[in-house]
Design a protein around this ligand. Structure first.
Ligand SMILES: NC(=O)c1ccc[n+]([C@@H]2O[C@H](COP(=O)([O-])OP(=O)(O)OC[C@H]3O[C@@H](n4cnc5c(N)ncnc54)[C@H](O)[C@@H]3O)[C@@H](O)[C@H]2O)c1
Length: 264
């Protein structure tokens, strides 16, 4: 049996860490010994993270603002071992969405990921390699200078009815992931593609969708057809993200891992 992953001494930045998947990642990492730095546009610290010495939260931090991203990362002293880009938005668009929703969706999901990751990649590039022993072989191996995990979506890989802007944004995040993995082989950049996951975002996505709208019906039907028989919990997605941050995935980069209960 493998020993549990340890993140003792590791410092990880998480965007969108005040809710849903980002919150689950933060809680898991802290339980594994990491120090976590959260950036979130939220004005409120979630109860689960209140008073936790190993979690540092920057509230009202808008990832679409480059300067805000720079200041957030500058507030992290020492090494930056990992970055999770979980902050994101989804709004039901109908068959033809508005310019406003399109631009806002691209801004948060794509520009926000771009801002935070390009700043982090520049910083990680200046860090020294770290090494760890392989669990099975016992050999010493390089685990690189840092790991970035972008949160995509099933919509990174296929079209989704009523969510064209969101789908375009999540395809773009996959494109960034794959190119950065090639451009920065000393680091690792991967993407986790969640299927429908029980978070506040799911409810928000359907705000404005009229009852009986075909895209909502498609969404409901898709959830009903998940082979595992349920939506993912945020912790299901967090576990995959933590794997990509860990030394156990040290030779994996540029990959997309769907976590969707068997939707193949
Ligand atoms: N929940 C799902 O079914 C699902 C499915 C596929 C992909 N995803 C993706 O997972 C990621 C996390 O979603 P979630 O379900 O946890 O949503 P969530 O709404 O629970 O959490 C998103 C967090 O991002 C923060 N945020 C939003 N805009 C921001 C900004 N401009 N700057 C900083 N922080 C900002 C919010 O305040 C919130 O805390 C998103 O990228 C989403 O697209 C979610």
């Amino acid at each position: 049996m493998q020993p549990p992953k340890s993140f003792a001494g590791r410092q990880i930045a998480v965007t969108g860490g005040c809710s849903g998947i980002g919150l689950a990642v933060t809680r898991t990492l802290v339980a594994l010994g990491a120090t976590v730095y959260v950036a979130d546009i939220s004005p409120r610290i979630p109860d689960e993270l209140k008073g936790h010495g190993n979690v540092h939260i920057t509230l009202l931090c808008d990832i679409t603002d480059r300067i805000a991203c720079q200041s957030f990362l500058a507030s992290i002293p020492g090494r930056l071992d990992g970055l999770v880009n979980s902050a994101g938005t989804a709004r039901w668009e109908g068959r033809v969405g508005t310019d406003e929703v399109f631009h806002r969706t691209m801004d948060i999901n794509v520009t926000g990921t771009w801002n935070m990751a390009t700043e982090a990649l520049a910083r990680m590039s200046t860090q020294k390699e770290i090494e760890a022993s392989g669990i099975v072989s016992g050999s010493i191996r390089s685990v690189g200078k840092g790991s970035i995990v972008n949160v995509g979506s099933g919509a990174s890989l296929r079209g989704v009815s009523g969510l064209a802007a969101y789908t375009a944004s999540k395809h773009a995040v996959l494109g960034l992931t794959r190119s950065w993995a090639r451009d920065f082989p000393q680091m690792r950049v991967n993407l986790v593609a969640p299927g429908a996951t029980e978070t506040p975002l799911v409810a928000a996505t359907l705000v404005g969708a009229p009852v009986g709208d075909p895209s909502v019906d498609v969404g409901v039907a898709q959830v009903a057809s998940i082979p595992k028989g349920r939506m993912a919990y945020a912790t299901d997605i967090a576990d995959a993200i933590v794997f990509f941050l860990s030394d156990e995935s040290s030779f994996i980069t540029g990959q997309c891992l769907p976590v969707n209960g068997g939707m193949v």
